[in-house]
Write a protein that binds this ligand. Structure first.
Ligand code: ADP
Ligand code: MG
Length: 262
């Protein structure tokens, strides 16, 4: 193992075979062992929050169990149990759009049923906008790997312009437990059940549409060829049918745009 592991982890993981998982786009290192997973990331607030939320959610929702969390030399190490099942964007589910939307809707609703009164993390819209502002100020906003109509003719001039618009058009907030990055690779299914949620660094009390908007976008792009195969039978609008609620397109747009600054 080329990684310099903290002593507690080295003892546990030495000589155990693993494979590297390159699914995620965050730049985190993910090593898959047969019964556990090691995620390494810069030691910023996100990694610590992920471990805290994972521990808080134990027994409330299917999430990996935190086996060890530590920080060393600017790197955060999260060793967690390995979830059963597979990513909701695997062929099996993408080829069964009705089941896919039904389970994604169940996954969202299960989050909304968690009592957030003692939730250790809260991301109000103001908090998110402050983080977005920090990203803009430090030039951390992607301007190429974004939706094609975000910037340029008919869109925003640049991230500063988008941030200004987001601050001026805050929609009313409807607070629930939000996964924070509800995209298909972060939600696991097993058979006809949601078997787990992953990647919880932004999980917090936040607006319901934070997750709906990202789920909708992820359905769209996992089906339209952005990440590989095209699945013509997947219709992202069916998510709302499965949720049994009419879409608020203004909010879908708002939260998709907000995510462009992360
Ligand atoms: N505990 C786990 N159990 C099973 N698979 C996992 C686990 N943690 C990560 N993975 C796999 O690794 C991928 C990337 O991990 P993730 O935490 O989502 O990183 P990123 O922040 O880079 O998206 C996931 O989509 C999943 O396929
Ligand atoms: Mg992920």
């Amino acid at each position: 193992m080329s990684l310099q592991l903290p002593a507690a982890l080295a003892r546990r993981l030495e000589h155990k075979p693993y494979i590297q998982n390159t699914t995620g786009l965050s730049g985190a290192g993910v090593l898959m062992f047969d019964d556990c997973v090691l995620k390494t990331a810069p030691d910023d607030q996100t990694a610590a929050r992920e471990a805290r939320m994972m521990a808080w959610l134990e027994g409330k929702l299917p999430v990996p169990r935190v086996l060890e969390y530590c920080e060393q030399d600017g790197t955060a190490f999260l060793l967690m149990s390995r979830l059963e099942g597979e990513m909701s964007c695997e062929d099996y589910y993408m080829e069964r759009p009705q089941l896919l939307c039904k389970l994604l809707a169940e996954g969202l609703k299960a989050l909304w049923q968690v009592d957030i009164r003692d939730c250790p993390c809260r991301f109000s819209l103001d908090d998110r906008l402050l983080l977005a502002e920090d990203n803009v100020r430090h030039g951390r906003c992607e301007v190429h790997r974004v939706e094609p109509d975000t910037y340029g003719p008919g869109g925003f001039r640049d991230p500063e312009d988008l941030l200004r618009w987001l601050k001026d058009h805050r929609p009313p907030v409807d607070e629930v437990l939000s996964h924070g990055d509800f995209c298909l690779p972060n939600v696991f299914f097993r058979g006809e059940q949601v078997s787990g949620y992953l990647d919880l660094g932004f999980c917090a009390a936040a607006d319901r549409y934070q997750d709906i908007a990202l789920c909708y976008r992820s359905l769209l792009h996992n089906a339209d060829g952005t990440y590989g195969p095209v699945y013509p039978d997947v219709r992202p609008d069916d998510l709302f049918r499965a949720l049994g609620m009419p879409p608020d397109w203004e909010k879908v747009r708002y939260y998709r745009l907000l995510d462009e600054l992360f």
